[in-house]
Design a protein around this ligand. Structure first.
Ligand SMILES: [Zn+2]
Length: 222
C-alpha cells in the first residue's frame, strides 16, 4: 500500500496518460468550482496528443508515479511559466502537487501561472501572489482564473529560519555577523556589510567580494 512516490522526467509514451488524467481531473476535482458548461469548454475531450507531446517535450515536464501509474504531472516553460499542474482525483491531498511544484520551481527567480479557482489556495499557500483575476473565453463560455506569481529571492528568506547571518570578506578575510535586526556591520576593509540579524539577510557590496556563510533552516511551508 505504501508504495513510494517517484518523480521523473516526462517521456513521450506518458502523453496519453497525462492527457486522460487532465481530462478526468478537470471533470471531477475542478467540478466543485466550475459549472458543467465551463468544464466542457475547458476540457471538451482528451487533448490533442501530438500538440501536448510537443509542448511537454519543449517544457520541463515532470511526472509523478505511484503504484506503477501516473498520479500527477506538471510542466513549466523556459520563462518560468508554470503551464499545467494536475493530480489524479484519487491521489489528492497527499503532497504530490507540492512535490511536483518544488521541483518545477527550482532554478527560477520568478514563476507565473494561471491558477484555476480550485488551485488558487494551493498556490497562495506556496507564496504566490495574485496579479489579476481574468476571464478566459472558450467556445463562448467564460471561465475565471487567476494570474499569479511568485518571486523567489524574497520568498527564500520568508521561508527560511535564519540561524546565523554572516559572510566572509574575500578582500580582508574578516568574518562579519549580524546578530539582531538592525545589527549593521561592515568588514574592516569596508568592501561588504551584513544586516538583518535573524530576520532577513541583507548584504552590502559586490557578491563577488564575499563568501556567504549563513546558516538557515528551511521552514516547512505546509
Ligand atoms: Zn573586507
Amino acid at each position: 500500500m505504501n508504495d513510494p512516490l517517484l518523480i521523473r522526467h516526462y517521456v513521450s509514451s506518458d502523453c496519453t496518460y497525462l492527457a486522460s488524467l487532465f481530462y478526468e481531473t478537470v471533470h471531477t476535482v475542478n467540478a466543485k468550482d466550475y459549472s458543467k458548461e465551463q468544464l466542457a469548454a475547458w476540457a471538451p475531450s482528451i487533448p490533442n496528443l501530438t500538440l501536448w507531446n510537443k509542448s511537454f517535450l519543449e517544457h520541463k515536464t515532470l511526472v509523478a508515479i505511484k503504484h506503477d501509474m501516473v498520479v500527477g504531472f506538471g510542466d513549466i516553460d523556459s520563462f518560468g511559466y508554470l503551464d499545467r499542474l494536475f493530480v489524479h482525483k484519487d491521489y489528492q491531498r497527499q503532497g504530490i502537487a507540492s512535490l511536483l511544484c518544488d521541483k518545477l520551481e527550482e532554478n527560477y527567480q520568478k514563476v507565473t501561472t494561471h491558477a484555476s479557482i480550485t488551485a488558487k489556495p494551493f498556490f497562495q499557500s506556496r507564496g504566490y501572489v495574485l496579479v489579476k483575476e481574468q476571464q478566459v473565453v472558450r467556445d463562448n463560455i467564460s471561465l475565471t482564473n487567476f494570474l499569479m506569481e511568485k518571486t523567489f529571492q524574497l520568498l527564500e528568506i520568508a521561508m527560511k529560519k535564519i540561524i546565523e547571518n554572516k559572510i566572509k570578506c574575500k578582500k580582508c578575510g574578516e568574518i562579519i555577523e549580524s546578530t539582531y535586526r538592525h545589527d549593521f556591520k561592515f568588514c574592516k576593509c569596508g568592501s561588504c556589510a551584513v544586516d538583518g540579524g535573524k530576520d532577513y539577510l541583507k548584504r552590502i557590496g559586490d557578491p563577488n567580494n564575499y563568501e556567504e556563510l549563513s546558516i538557515c533552516e528551511k521552514v516547512d511551508d505546509k
